[in-house]
Design a protein. Structure first.
Length: 212
């Protein structure tokens, strides 16, 4: 029998590959961030996963990479939010993650942000980012064993982490970096949050909010 399965209220995960590799200047700037004193982040567990002390990396460094990310944030906003009024989404904080072999970053979400993202600088096979379904507890009210997992029946879903690749997602969705037991080198990535400038809502609906 013919049938159709449609997505309803899906969570958008946006992936884009950068055509150009990191140039020598970008590599040097990232190396400098790696060697600068790092600290345990709020979701890192032990010394195997650290974040840079500098949490405004894109304010002064990696100009071309920032422009690449901003271009894709605009596409994300246009294709997913489809706003009627012109809005300016901008990067608020940006920081470097260094996860050593066997390290992990615990499940978390990003507060005070709308779109979050990660650009992968150095990864290995089996590196991934895993998202958690916010409706998992509701789905488990009726629990039965599955033959296999799909985006509809799974409580978590992962995407490979690949070099020179950008991933954008809603800041509210929980995600984690699981340990890669096969890794032999550090996994390095740059993460960031965003917010918005412009007029939200409508005056007639009594929900207008102007952010500058």
């Amino acid at each position: 029998m013919k049938h159709i399965i449609s997505d309803v209220f899906p969570c958008p995960v946006y992936i884009a590959k950068r055509n150009s590799n990191l140039d020598s200047t970008e590599k040097k700037e990232i190396e400098d961030f790696v060697t600068i004193n790092a600290h345990l982040g709020p979701y890192t567990t032990g010394a195997l996963a650290q974040v840079s002390d500098n949490t405004e990396i894109f304010d002064t460094k990696l100009k071309n990479l920032k422009e690449f990310i901003e271009q894709h944030i605009k596409i994300y906003v246009k294709e997913i939010f489809n706003p009627k009024k012109e809005l300016d989404f901008y990067i608020t904080q940006s920081w470097l993650n260094v996860v050593e072999p066997g390290g992990n970053i615990a499940t978390h979400y990003h507060a005070n942000s709308i779109i979050s993202g990660t650009f992968y600088v150095s990864t290995e096979e089996d590196d991934r980012i895993t998202f958690s379904d916010p409706n998992a507890k509701v789905k488990e009210l009726i629990n039965f064993e599955q033959k296999g997992f799909t985006p509809w029946n799974a409580n978590t879903w992962f995407f490979p982490a690949n070099n020179n690749e950008l991933i954008l997602f809603p800041s509210w969705i929980e995600h984690e970096v699981a340990p890669n037991e096969n890794a032999t080198t550090d996994r390095i990535s740059i993460s960031f949050n965003t917010f918005v400038r412009g007029t939200l809502g409508m005056q007639d609906d009594l929900n207008e909010l102007i952010l500058k």
